[in-house]
Design a protein around this ligand. Structure first.
Ligand SMILES: Cc1ncc(COP(=O)(O)O)c(C=O)c1O
Length: 376
């Protein structure tokens, strides 16, 4: 059997990893500023992470969600403490798309409505409702194209007000910082207005923090810069540092009933062990603060780089837009300079490193990037 060929692959085979570095089968080490697509939060192969998952595996790896699992309770408590959402409830699942799918289903159940408002350049995953509200028709199959959705320009308060004035909207869904959209940051005033308008119209306000959450922005959640408290927050990626886990944080006024949501694998012991290890390391190593410090340094320095058209983002979620295509630049960074970066579309390089990135590693990137991009 061959693999179903859906991914364009780089000629790179990582076989081991540590901290902010991955190593290929020839022993070549790469500085990882892509973090496996914003997934690696506490660094590769962190000893505490390995220990906690290994210890758990020796006890019990899986049982169904029909029995008591104190690790889920411990995880919810710790996540509440560190994120500032101690009064919210947590539903655990396995991926980002699933987190959004459940968030949208929840909004539909609670409001009795179907319409979802999302924004241009959004990406929310590939399951049915999540992909329907993703602004990329190429990945929306006919079977997904059945949802009642409206895609509006980001930051356009009037357009949102009009959409909500129909009274037919179940939820407004926005990324804390757009990922695939190239690190576009919603304006704080827009998020504040959206939060207020949702409350007035009875729609739920859902923040997709799958990429921008878990400390990447320099706050636990990117929307916390705007001082809002959404109805629902979806998380995944950095939550498990590579272990597949996702979650939905739900405001206290929204009540569940038995059978409302469910999953076989969500919240299993290994996922909880991985997620708890992540939070413990984040707290102990002050990684949110590190993301703010090192990310702030990168953003300040990059602002004066000559070839850049725009620098966007917050913390360690940075989009670097060029006038020219970046394909050659990214390849040179990867194969000549051994620095792995992300990309969005044809003109944007994305920096999504582990939150453990040091000032020295950031400086190495800046010096290399300046030299290579200058000669583009
Ligand atoms: C903002 C956002 N939402 C949702 C998803 C989907 O997550 P997953 O690939 O885990 O389903 C992604 C993945 O890139 C994302 O960046």
């Amino acid at each position: 059997m061959e693999l179903f060929d859906v991914y364009p692959l780089y000629d790179l085979t990582p076989v081991s990893a540590s901290g902010c570095y991955i190593t290929d089968e020839k022993g070549t080490e790469y500085l990882d500023l892509y973090g496996g697509h914003a997934v690696i939060s506490v660094g590769h192969s962190h000893p505490h992470y390995i220990q906690r998952i290994s210890d758990q595996l020796k006890k019990i790896g899986f049982y169904s969600n029909s029995v008591q699992n104190p690790m889920q309770v411990e995880l919810a408590k710790k996540l509440g403490e560190l994120s500032g959402y101690g009064d919210y409830s947590l539903f655990l699942c396995n991926s980002g798309a699933e987190a959004n799918e459940n968030a949208l289903k929840l909004a539909s159940f609670l409001t009795g409505k179907k319409r979802i408002v999302a924004f241009d350049k959004s990406f929310h995953g590939r399951t049915s409702a999540a992909v329907a509200v993703t602004d990329n028709p190429k990945i929306v199959a006919p079977i997904n194209d059945v949802h009642d959705r409206v895609i509006l320009p980001l930051n356009d308060v009037n357009a949102l007000q009009n959409a909500l004035s129909t009274g037919e909207v179940a939820a407004v869904l926005v990324e804390g910082i757009q990922g695939i959209g190239g690190c576009r940051v919603p304006e704080p005033a827009f998020l504040q207005a959206a939060s207020r308008l949702c409350k007035e119209s009875g729609a739920l306000f859902i923040l997709d923090e799958i990429q921008s959450g878990y400390g990447r922005s320099g706050k636990f959640f990117a929307h916390q810069y705007a001082g809002i408290r959404p109805d629902v927050i979806s998380v995944a990626k950095g939550m498990g540092n590579g272990f597949p886990v996702g979650g939905v944080l739900i405001a206290p006024e929204h009540q569940p009933w038995h059978g409302m949501l469910g999953t076989t694998f969500g919240g299993n012991y290994l996922a909880c062990a991985a997620s708890l290890a992540v939070l413990e390391i984040m707290e102990q190593q002050q990684l949110v603060e590190n993301a703010a410090k090192v990310g702030g340094f990168l953003l300040d320095e990059l602002a004066s780089f000559p070839k850049l058209k725009e620098v966007r983002g917050m913390g360690l979620m940075i989009g670097l837009e060029f006038e020219e295509p970046v394909v050659v630049l990214r390849k040179r960074l990867l194969f000549e300079e051994k620095i792995f970066t992300g990309v969005t579309g044809t003109h944007v390089i994305r920096i999504l490193p582990p939150l453990t990135l040091s000032m020295a590693e950031a400086t190495r990137f800046l010096e290399t990037f300046y030299r290579v991009s200058k000669n583009m």
